[in-house]
Design a protein around this ligand. Structure first.
Ligand code: DGL
Length: 270
């Protein structure tokens, strides 16, 4: 792989604000790292796009992040990780380190030996069967119940995270008969940690709920250490780019990263 310096930034991308949950966990674990975040708000939601469309968006975004000199790319979106991880490796694996959000979560959950695991995600992620396939590979007896929950990411992106509408939508999905007997639920979309407390309230903490934020941050740390690219020195600098300006993106960015965040508009699609 191309030679990198530890001071180079980590590129992180998603369709919108979801990947900020991952970025936040990475900066909690690795406060010296600089990040360049790209939210492809012009194409949100990814969950209802075809695999080909998602792959096309991802190739262009990663090219942009590599031009910004990133040493590592974190695909902070399950829809993109499911549809595009392999093609991104095929094109760019010599250019930077790559982390997807599916494998660290599957590996963590498989260790717990649950009998029946529910997976909620976008239509794009569920249609690839990626969680079912990968969990069954590691734990052949597990029962995996998958449910597409396409209203959740756009709802969260609109800032509907704790009101009557978000509660009703969530209850409708989580009451689905397919999820009746699960011992654990995987939040297989990086937007869903933003409604984590409503999900915990629904289950009253009777089942385990998992998301990818902390395990992905741990994988980022492990890979950077293994490649001697962990940044221990320089003052971190973060950049947040969007392909279309949205209020909710700005609000969520400020909640996570403080008032002084400056959003940069990047007309990548023109
Ligand atoms: N946060 C993304 C995911 O993990 C995408 C949601 C969407 O844009 O539909 O799948």
């Amino acid at each position: 792989m191309k030679q990198h310096q530890s001071s180079q930034p980590i590129g992180i991308f998603d369709s919108g604000i979801g990947g900020l949950t991952v970025a936040n966990a990475i900066l909690d674990a690795l406060p010296n790292e600089s990040i360049i975040y790209f939210g492809d708000t012009a194409h949100l939601p990814y969950g209802d796009k075809s695999g080909d469309a998602i792959r096309y968006y991802c190739l262009k975004i990663v090219k942009f992040l590599l031009e910004k000199n990133c040493k590592m790319i974190v695909i902070a979106c399950n829809s993109a990780s499911s549809a595009a991880y392999q093609v991104l490796l095929d094109f760019f694996k010599e250019e930077a380190l790559f982390v997807n959000v599916v494998d660290p979560l599957v590996q963590d959950v498989a260790k717990q030996n649950f009998k029946e695991v529910g997976v909620i995600a976008t239509k794009a992620t569920i249609s690839t069967n990626i969680y079912k396939r990968k969990l069954e590979e590691l734990q052949p007896n597990v029962v995996v119940d998958q449910l597409a929950t396409p209203l959740l990411a756009p709802m969260i992106e609109e800032g509907f995270v704790a009101n009557n509408i978000s509660k009703a939508v969530l209850e409708n999905y989580l009451s689905h008969p397919d999820l009746k007997n699960i011992d654990a639920l995987l939040l297989a979309c990086t937007h869903y940690p933003l409604i984590r407390s409503a999900i915990d309230d629904f289950y009253q903490h009777k089942i385990k709920v998992y998301d990818s934020t902390v395990v992905v941050a741990e994988e980022v740390k492990r890979l950077l250490l293994a490649n001697q690219l962990l940044n221990t020195g320089t003052e971190p600098r973060h950049h947040f780019y969007v392909s279309d300006y949205t209020d909710s993106f700005e609000q969520t960015t400020q909640v996570f990263f403080g008032k002084s965040i400056h959003l940069e508009y990047e007309p990548i699609w023109q």
